[in-house]
Design a protein around this ligand. Structure first.
Ligand code: BG6
Length: 487
């Protein structure tokens, strides 16, 4: 075992939704597959005053709900529960905090990973308390959930507070999209094949679309979501990370410094979208009632129970001002209560420079590469092919897809939760799939500029019916430039 491997993981916010739905099932998955180091202990903490037995019972219930039945093994659950401990603690309560710190000292036997799965305003105070207790030394790391703040100023404040205690190379900012198999596969596709890279630039690519569409509404998280909205909740982090991985230069190596340096260059090359072009290059929307997957669903305002101008949809036409991407639009869109759940990257190549088939009327469509990440992982390449026939009226062409279903190709491999990968990397101290401070701040800077533009232009979200692809103006965003969303 590497001496960097952690032997204690402390989860703050251990009774919260994320812990119950994702974090604990991920730890279960690692243990079940023999990937968890034998000496790893887990300490949960939160405000709720559970004792050890009550917390373990809760974890047991969460695993029964969260682990697919085919993967559920009662003995592994038992083994995991035996490694889990719980100490209640509230930040303002000195006695409880002292008890928590004491428990950490008792359990400590090497490297500690702290995972702060709480509201971001607690990150700096928790780190400070750990620092004062002497529990934030060189053999400790801290994982932070997104969003890091609400805007650039608050992100700087949080990052300053955290890095006063933990050096930057011990801070692991989670963007769970980076833990997804399909997202890492994007890197394999780009940099594990010689085929695409020569074409991956403005000479050969006409436009890129990145869509993260969800069918769910705000799922009882209205208070958080209403302060956040689609831009802060999804675009500032998940979509911009996908954009970075799609657009970045080849990193020298697959290691934290190289990968993050290249992502940062992309973020810093994003052309600002200000008040003058907010109307042309951005669309915000909010869902009204409608039907999703055949079910009638209420509007955002009904779900929230009050009035609000928060956007539940955002679409942007972004540009990366560098040599590789000059003039190529990157259309980004994300929203709740959309027609379908899908996460995909669509790359449309330029049309052939001259069609030799024009006489017969045969039309060529540009080639396109579609990388679907959710709900299915598949890659398809659209090519033109001859339509079978004797061509008495001229040759005809049809578009066909070279289709790769990654689930079929690797059907012996279990699909893992994003946190399994992220936890394993954090336990071993590998930050490649985590976000560095400068990346988060560069992303906020760009997003803040769009919000400022909206404010100056007096721009408010347009309504879209739940179960659709967003407001009509999102369609105009691409059509005005001769492009269409892939649907
Ligand atoms: C989270 C957002 O980061 O990502 C949620 O806060 C969103 O609002 C979720 O639903 C989507 O993640 P996934 O993995 O289901 O695509």
């Amino acid at each position: 075992m590497n001496k960097q491997t952690a032997s204690l993981m402390v989860i703050f916010g251990a009774t919260g939704d994320l812990a119950q739905r994702m974090l604990l099932p991920s730890l279960y998955g690692l243990l079940r597959d023999g990937l968890m180091n034998d000496d790893l202990k887990i300490l949960g903490t939160a405000r709720s005053k559970h004792n050890q037995a009550a917390f373990r019972e809760r974890v047991g219930q969460a695993l029964a709900r969260g682990v697919p039945s085919a993967e559920y093994d009662a003995d592994t659950v038992q083994l995991l529960l035996e490694r889990i401990d719980y100490t209640p603690a509230s930040l303002g309560n000195d006695e409880e905090m002292a008890a928590l710190h004491e428990r950490i000292r008792e359990l400590r036997d090497g490297v500690i990973v702290y995972h702060l799965s709480t509201a971001p305003r607690f990150y700096a105070p928790i780190c400070e308390a750990l620092g004062e207790a002497g529990l934030a030394g060189v053999d400790t790391r801290v994982l932070l959930e997104k969003p890091i703040g609400h805007d650039l100023a608050s992100a700087i404040e949080i990052n300053d507070g955290v890095t006063r205690i933990f050096d930057e190379d011990r801070v692991f900012r989670v963007d769970h999209y980076l833990g997804k198999e399909g997202v890492q596969n994007l890197l394999s596709l780009r940099f594990g094949n010689a085929l695409f890279e020569p074409l991956w630039n403005t000479q050969h690519i006409e436009q890129v679309q990145i869509t993260v569409a969800e069918t769910v509404g705000v799922e009882g998280r209205g208070d958080y979501y209403d302060h956040s909205g689609a831009m802060r909740d999804m675009l500032q982090n998940h979509l911009l990370q996908l954009l970075c991985l799609t657009a970045m230069e080849p990193p020298a190596r697959f290691e934290p410094g190289s990968v993050r340096n290249e992502k940062l260059k992309v973020l810093r090359s994003l052309r600002p979208i200000g008040a003058m072009d907010a109307g042309n290059n951005s669309v915000a929307g909010q869902y009204s009632s409608g039907a999703v997957n055949g079910q009638v669903v209420p509007s955002y305002l009904e779900e929230l129970g009050r009035d609000s101008s928060t956007e539940t949809f955002v679409a942007l036409r972004a540009h990366i001002d560098n040599w590789r991407w000059s003039g190529v639009p990157f259309y980004l869109r994300t929203g709740k209560r959309m027609a379908q759940r899908c996460t995909e990257i669509y790359i449309q190549f330029r049309a052939v420079p001259h069609s030799i088939f024009a006489v017969g009327g045969a039309k060529t469509e540009p080639n396109a590469l579609l990388i679907q990440l959710q709900p299915e992982e598949r890659i398809s390449l659209n090519l033109m092919s001859k339509t079978p026939g004797l061509d008495r009226e001229g040759l005809r062409l049809s578009q066909v897809a070279l289709d790769l279903d990654l689930r079929d190709a690797f059907d012996d491999k279990r699909r893992r939760l994003a946190y399994e990968r992220l936890y394993l990397d954090a336990i071993e101290g590998n930050g490649t799939l985590f976000v560095r401070r400068d990346e988060t701040e560069a992303a906020w800077e760009w997003v803040d500029g769009i919000f400022a533009g909206w404010r100056t232009a007096g721009y408010a979200p347009k309504t879209y019916q739940a179960g659709t692809w967003g407001p009509g103006s999102a369609i105009a965003l691409t059509e005005r430039h001769g492009h269409s969303w892939r649907e």
